[in-house]
Every structure is written in structure tokens, then in C-alpha cells.
Design a protein around this ligand. Structure first.
Ligand SMILES: [Fe+2]
Length: 174
């Protein structure tokens, strides 16, 4: 590989790593708020709390990868700013069917993360950063497991929401 191409690859790789780190920080905020608000969906709440722990660890692992390469984790990228806005818009926190929209948005967000880690795995391979590649493969597996869980539970969440909506005085939306 010629040195100029290599520089470009390394630059993108670092950008994508910082994006992923900021994305995990955003995920932590969203998952924290969802877990805190949920009352009548114990399985969902438990799974979100578990993924929240994974997410915190993912952010730490990414920070270690960035710092090992001499970068810093302070800069928040544009893409992430957009994701934040999208997250706030779609998470439907104030919707009457908050839990249904929240699960839907989480499913979409997990897939954004999955794509981001696939990019990073390819880039890590390109620049020869085996350690970061392994970290991203581990994180990818956690995101896929979360997406899979949400995929298998979306219908029962919607059904429970509709059921609770019929019960007078019940808090169906969360
Ligand atoms: Fe994540």
C-alpha cells in the first residue's frame, strides 16, 4: 500500500472510531432514560439494563483503542449530532405509545451500530490494527444479540401495550 493511501485510511479509521465512541455515549443516554422510565415491561427493562452495562464497557474499550493510537475522545462529530437529534425525534418519549416507539427506535439504532462496527472491522483490517479489530468484533456480537432480542420481542411489546391500554388506570405507555 502506498503511504498516501495509508494516511487516508488511518484518518478515516480514527474518525470512525471517534464516531463509534460518541455513538456509544449517546446510546448510554438513551438506554438510561428508557430503563428509568419503564414500569410495566420487566423483560424489556432487564434487557435494556443489561445492554446499558455492555454499552458503558463498549465506550471504555473504544476509548482505549483511540488512546492507544494517540487520539483523543473529546470531539463530537457531525454524524453523531444528527443521530442525537434523530434519536430524540424517533424515541417518541412523549408519545402515547412510548414503549412501542422506543423499542422500534432501539432496533433501528442497533442496526446503525452494527453497520458502524462492520465499517470499523474492515478499516482495522486495512490498517492492520488487530487489537481494535478484535474489540470491534466483540462489540458487534453484543449489538447483534441486542438487535436479535428486540426483533423477537417487538410483537409481544406491541400486544402487551394494546392489552394494558384497555385496563383502566394502567400505565400502558411505559
Ligand atoms: Fe453499542
Amino acid at each position: 500500500m502506498d503511504p498516501r493511501t495509508d494516511d487516508v485510511a488511518v484518518e478515516h479509521f480514527m474518525d470512525w472510531l471517534r464516531d463509534a465512541h460518541a455513538m456509544e455515549q449517546q446510546a448510554e443516554t438513551m438506554l438510561t432514560s428508557m430503563a428509568r422510565r419503564l414500569e410495566n415491561y420487566p423483560d424489556l427493562k432487564l434487557r435494556i439494563e443489561q445492554h446499558l452495562e455492555e454499552t458503558r464497557q463498549q465506550a471504555r474499550l473504544l476509548a482505549t483503542c483511540i488512546e492507544r493510537r494517540g487520539g483523543d475522545t473529546s470531539s463530537l462529530k457531525d454524524l453523531v449530532g444528527k443521530a442525537v437529534a434523530m434519536g430524540q425525534g424517533l424515541s417518541g418519549m412523549f408519545a402515547t405509545d412510548e414503549v412501542v416507539k422506543g423499542a422500534m427506535f432501539s432496533y433501528a439504532f442497533e442496526h446503525l451500530e452494527i453497520a458502524a462496527y462492520r465499517n470499523l472491522i474492515g478499516a482495522a483490517r486495512t490498517v492492520g490494527d488487530t487489537e481494535t479489530q478484535q474489540v470491534c468484533e466483540r462489540i458487534l456480537a453484543e449489538e447483534e444479540a441486542m438487535a436479535d432480542w428486540l426483533e423477537r420481542h417487538q410483537d409481544s411489546i406491541a400486544a402487551r401495550y394494546l392489552e394494558l391500554s384497555r385496563v383502566p388506570g394502567a400505565q400502558a405507555k411505559r
